[in-house]
Design a protein around this ligand. Sequence first.
Ligand SMILES: Nc1ncnc2c1ncn2[C@@H]1O[C@H](COP(=O)(O)OP(=O)(O)OP(=O)(O)O)[C@@H](O)[C@H]1O
Length: 580
Amino acid sequence: ELANGGHQDLPALLSFKAYNPNATALATWTGPNPCSGTWFGIRCYRGRVVGVFLDGASLAGAVAPLLGLTQIRALAVRNNSLTGVLPALDNATASPWLRHLLVSRNQLTGSLNISLGALLTLRAEHNGFRGGLESLRAPLLRSFNVSGNRLAGEISGDLSRFPTSAFAGNLALCGTPLPRCARGYNALGSDSSSNATTTSIAAQSPSTASANVSGNGGFSKISLTALMATGIGNAVLITVSLAISVVMFIYMRRKLRSAKDASDAALYFEEEEDKRRNGGDEKCQKSGGLVCFEGGEELRLESLLKASAEVLGKGVSGSTYKAVLEDGVVVVVKRLSVLQFPASRSKAFDRHMRLVGRLRHHHVVSLRGYCNSNGERLLVYDFLPNGSLQSFLHANGGGARSLDWSARKSILLGVAQGLNYIHTFPARPGLVHANVKPSNILVDERGGACVSECGVMRYATNIQQAILPTQAAARCPPDLFLGRAAATSSAMPASGGGWHGYAAPELASGGARATQESDVYSFGMVLLEVVTDHKAADGEDGGEGEETMGMVKIGMLCTAEAPEERPTMAQVLAMMSEFM
Ligand SMILES: Nc1ncnc2c1ncn2[C@@H]1O[C@H](COP(=O)(O)OP(=O)(O)OP(=O)(O)O)[C@@H](O)[C@H]1O
């Protein structure tokens, strides 16, 4: 697929990279071939770039170059700082195969001038898009959201089938499913037959009718009139009630259908990606029982089993090895414990892992593949050579590696971004990490944090085993915890150390499953530990005092006893950004 000595998609990708010369996420975008398998976030099919997945990668600049990729089918650049306009997209100017366009939570402006017959997903919420929706034509749209922009004007035609939430928070949008536009409302108000009906009900209501006729004194007439009036009134009332019920029924059905459409479309997007990554990729099918995900296409079960391995540790969920494959690639293989992950929940586990395998974020360790056969469950992750937060905080022999305040802040911010990405990933029900603790927070070569082992413990049979060892620690209120920070640090086991101390109190009573709220609690405990450990180890200078206090406050909120009182990770990020 090389034309004139260069890959056809290279210029577009390099123009995008030019906006972000120092972006960590694009550091792998080097060399002549974007389809070599080493370019982060790039998905190819038959030698051409068909997908770009760069959610939450701290990227700036314009999105236009990526939309110039002539074969692109899916572009996901949510949660970045992209600016400029979205170019006009139609079958002549953009890839006619573009089916999924996800640009939410950037700073894009201009109008939504899109006319694409194949588009199934358009997620453009929380940007600065202006103008109306009249130049948006995508008849096959199944997942759609433009909320939180500066759009105005009437929602019409096909778009009206999407729920209110798809349009909320705009400057001045109106029309179904939002309230009617002013012009339409007035017209209906003046001539409307429903208004006429209302008037006629009032005129013909039994009480009015009977009051009118009672002065005539004729009993039979009164009762006949009253009866007639009652009859007419009832008939009108019944008709109106029926009409209201029908309208309500149609409205509710449409609402439910739109909601279902939207979530189905999100799942469709995921399934399609999955197919492309697994079924669609011939190499992956030859992986010998290993289900592989983006970036793991070259993995083979056979070569994993032959690899030279080194034990990294053994936790409640299983044993972890560093494996060096024949071609020199280093991966981490987690062999799940049979006791914690019995074969009986195999299908649910499969479904879950396929979802987790789609997570691609700068602050989340990528799952490259997994195997689930004959009771053996292996998970293959990227290897991060810089160790875990656990090793920084509680290294063997007490020789904790030093982390200055800015490194600690950056780690906490990274973990918060990673968790927020996991919690907001389009899945039904929402994803939960379920085992947030320092040994599952790895540090990359640039000192950034990467959250590992997302969702694995959600499928463990006995999370109590992970929690119980020092349950008292989990129940410590944050202030007590603060006071004990230094002692706790040295008392913590050097490797792993289970989830005790980080698990939310509601999980201790048994029966409860980890939730996004319990993830927030665990994050809060990690945060308090990182902050107080710094104070205990290095003290602080004046400039840090305010930030430290800000962080401690966030930690307190996250570790609220009642799950419903804890903030969401998005709120945590917003609070952090106030002083960082
Ligand atoms: N992708 C990775 N790259 C580098 N080191 C890793 C990676 N994944 C895990 N580790 C390290 O390997 C060690 C063992 O990990 P493991 O997950 O088995 O232990 P744990 O987190 O204590 O236990 P568990 O998750 O089962 O409760 C930990 O120190 C962890 O930080």
